[in-house]
Write a protein that binds this ligand. Sequence first.
Ligand SMILES: *Cc1c(COP(=O)(O)O)cnc(C)c1O
Length: 355
Amino acid sequence: MPFINHLVRDEIRAMSAYAVAAVPEDCIKLDAMELPCRFPDDMMRELAQELAQAQINRYPAPDACGVPKLLRDTFAIPDAAQIALGNGSDELIQLLPLLLAKPGAKMLALEPSFVMYRHNAALAGMEYVGVPLNDDFTLNLPAVLAALETHRPALVFLAYPNNPTGVRFAREEVQAVIDAAPGVVVVDEAYGAFSGDSFLPQAGSEEKLVVLRTLSKIGFAGLRLGYACGHPSLMGELAKIVPPYNMNRLSLTAAAFALRRYGWVAQQIASLKEERARLSEALARLPQVRVFPSEANFVTARVPDAAAVYEALKAHNILIKKLHGSHPLLEQCLRFTVGSPEQNRQVSNVLQTLF
Ligand SMILES: *Cc1c(COP(=O)(O)O)cnc(C)c1O
């Protein structure tokens, strides 16, 4: 047995590292909810100039290159809310459990949902409670309320809309969870830009509510910029454990650039939502396929044979996410990131040949 095995914590030895597939350059990559396009050339040249000016010999300034203010203005984050930046919202999903992991403290999340919640409960040494969704991927409110009562979790994670299902829970039910929770509730709005609703307007006015967002799914996954908005009392404590200079100046410079040109981003979001409708309809027209209503930039569907569809697309150089096998409720499910019109057409064409 390797020497290190005696030293590494048992719960970490039991984990596996987050697998990121190596993909060929020319592959149509529809597995990770990335936006299918980048800035046009003229904007890229402008960005390159700004990056060339960035003071990379200096630690990023406390106001983080103006990004918090730009976020506040662009997304109408309430004045009452304090903002924390994370190296991707993933970093904040790691830090929030660490903040609340008193001995015996528990985390509650819904299942299936974003896998990093459970992972970070284990990392922080919190006991994890997973409450299954209904089989149409809506929230099972009686089950959640009962689990809150039984387990009294210090922390609840809830993705709104949810990943990997795309479904947005009923707002009243999420509010009921917030009201009943004895601890902090993180509403993870990684897909908020594609959704018809948000808890962001409430951030800062409810002490236990944290709204988590990210630039990753709206075109800037490579920048690694996530943010949490919450009540100053909680955010003040969180600030104590955010690593100094966790964000880097190149990323912040590029994020500020993007936020100052949010009109372009908003256009991409609008056309992506149209493409989402087209892709959902194309999938729904196939026999024996169940498409779940999505408010995210991906569509989850149940097909007769997920492995066969996955492999057929792969043979055409199209990579999607096979959800089958990751949770009992996801039986025969696949997740299609919405791509460009041309990419989605290619997906539809391959699917036509299979059904
Ligand atoms: C993608 C995703 C994240 C991670 O976002 P990053 O900002 O890229 O770290 C967080 N939550 C959910 C639900 C996601 O799907």
